[in-house]
Design a protein around this ligand. Structure first.
Ligand code: 5CA
Ligand code: ZN
Length: 408
């Protein structure tokens, strides 16, 4: 699949700091130390009801990671998938009388437009589940050969008990896992499974549903194996960060890590697992199934500047759960206007210490609210005291663009 066009990332003087980020699997912040090329996998959308503010907030967090890494001198290989065949997508297509491929294509196109408008850096590899089937099939075969998978009435399941590291991503107990597994696409009560938490790797063709003719028989892939196949193909094992919203830590990232580890015999799947908090509307998690959605495309159509949308996201720490409000958006619009006015002036106070503060804030577990506060202080100083540095407004503008993805 093609991704979306990259926005320019302005060059900045000096160099950024190493990223320290909260790793779910160690339950603590850690300094991630990538090689010259940092490798990032971020779970993509299931293409219906895109792009709501929860999606946008999560992709914003991982966009910041790329910007911090680039600023610290790394090349970044960024991989993202599109879950373009899965139960929720097929159900939505049936419920609304649409062709599932058309629904997926239309929503993916809309997502690309929204990501472009928000200046999110595009993945180098943007891969759909359907196009990944030729890499998914041999991976399932490897799991069967490794004794980590088994058949139940033509379907193939992964055995969670085969992986001694199972549970180390989410660090949840089995009692905590079971309800989440049931809620997030699992089938704990399916007769014939070895363990209630075992997830589906391959689903044999069901009447009326799409299926592909493969060496595993006619069928379609399960959800977790899709991301593992794509990550292994384009990043290999032991890549730097596996990312997504906090609702993916279990079962999705837990199962994915186990699949990768058992298929390759190597450990770990990813060095760190990073999860963004959930965005709510009217007190409930914004989700397609609840239907309480605010869309990026709707705001854009209403004339909202994408830079203001982005500032509304950046005003919250990526790990906190927060509520989308009109007041938050209005505040972001006011902030954008004040920053734009400030950088359009011919001079201002020196911005070198501001650049350092933004870098420090972001390197410290992506503390975007602290970065915004630092820019606010520079803007307030300029308006109160002026300043004699003619290069300062340009530097502020480039730093905000390169590190926060907001064009002033
Ligand atoms: N296709 C799978 C991942 S392989 C999927 O979860 N798709 S999704 O469309 O449901 O979500 C896409 C990304 O947005 C995921 O990382 C998910 O965790 C995140 N996300 C979904 N809802 C919210 C929300 N309300 N707040 C923050 N992030 C969210
Ligand atoms: Zn995924």
């Amino acid at each position: 699949m093609h991704a979306w066009p990259a926005s320019e990332v302005p060059a900045l003087p000096g160099k950024g700091l190493p990223l320290r980020v909260y790793d779910t699997s160690s339950g603590a912040p850690r300094t991630v130390e990538p090689g010259p090329t940092a490798r990032l996998y971020v779970c993509g959308i299931t293409p219906y009801d895109a792009t709501h503010m929860g999606h946008a907030a999560t992709y914003n967090a991982f966009d910041l990671i790329q910007r911090v890494w680039r600023d610290a001198g790394h090349d970044v290989v960024y991989v993202q998938n599109v879950t373009d065949v899965d139960d929720p997508l097929l159900e939505r297509a049936v419920d609304t009388g649409q062709d599932w491929t058309e629904l997926a294509e239309r929503e993916t196109a809309l997502f690309r437009e929204d990501m472009t408008a928000l200046r999110m850096l595009p993945p180098a590899h943007y891969i759909g589940a359907v196009e990944a089937i030729p890499t998914i099939v041999p991976l399932v075969q490897r799991l069967l050969e490794a004794g980590a998978a088994y058949e139940v009435d033509g379907d193939i399941y992964f055995s969670v008990e085969s992986d001694p590291h199972f549970g180390q991503v989410s660090r949840l107990s089995e009692e905590e896992m079971l309800p989440l597994f049931a809620e997030r696409g699992g089938d704990p009560d399916r007769p014939g499974k070895k363990h209630r938490l075992d997830p589906l790797l391959w689903m044999a063709a069901r009447p009326g549903e799409p299926a592909w003719e493969t060496e595993l028989g006619r069928g379609r892939p399960g959800w977790h194996i899709e991301c593992v196949a794509i990550a292994l193909e384009h990043l290999g094992m032991d890549f730097d960060i596996q990312g997504g919203g906090s609702d993916l830590s279990f079962p999705h990232h837990e199962m994915g890590a186990s699949h990768g580890q058992m298929a390759t015999g190597e450990y770990p799947f990813a060095k760190a697992y990073v999860h963004a908090g959930m965005v709510a509307l009217d007190g409930e998690k914004m989700s397609k199934s609840r239907g309480n959605l605010v869309f990026v495309s709707r705001l854009r159509r209403d004339g909202v500047d994408p830079g203001a949308i982005r500032l509304a996201l950046l005003a919250h720490h990526y790990r906190s759960d927060w509520e989308w409000t009109d007041a938050g958006l209005a505040e972001a619009e006011a902030r954008l206007a004040s920053w734009r006015a400030a950088v359009s002036r011919p001079d201002g106070p020196s911005a070198e210490s501001l650049l350092r503060e933004i870098r420090e804030a972001l390197a410290n577990d992506l503390d975007a609210p602290a970065a915004l506060a630092a820019v606010d202080r520079w803007v307030a100083r300029q308006s109160a005291e002026g300043g004699a540095d003619p290069s300062a407004p340009g530097l502020v503008s480039r730093a905000v663009d390169a590190l926060l993805g907001v064009a002033l």
